[in-house]
Design a protein around this ligand. Sequence first.
Ligand SMILES: [Zn+2]
Ligand SMILES: [Zn+2]
Length: 109
Amino acid sequence: MSDRNLCLWCEEPVTPSGVQQSPIPSQGADGSWELRLQHRECAARAILGGLNHLQGRCSCCGGTEPPDPPALSRRQAALAAFAWIQEHTVPPIPLCDPRRVRNLTNNFR
Ligand SMILES: [Zn+2]
Ligand SMILES: [Zn+2]
């Protein structure tokens, strides 16, 4: 069983103020299911793609780059992708109040 306090995407610790959303069902290597948390930036990255993908430079878009800039950690790459998304989305994606999200999270415990 993996550490539930580590982000499902980047595997760095998730603090209550950094939680994106309600826990996500995730299947572990042993086949068992558990609820995992994600940083909000990592959740956005997981759905929308990495910075190079967003900018049309990755191999799935006809380019030669990997989806995320290789020099960055998974967390850093998620932050970079999220910043790009915020900058290029009009209006910017509304962010949930972390206190509200935490209450939601508690319902699953
Ligand atoms: Zn993360
Ligand atoms: Zn792509």
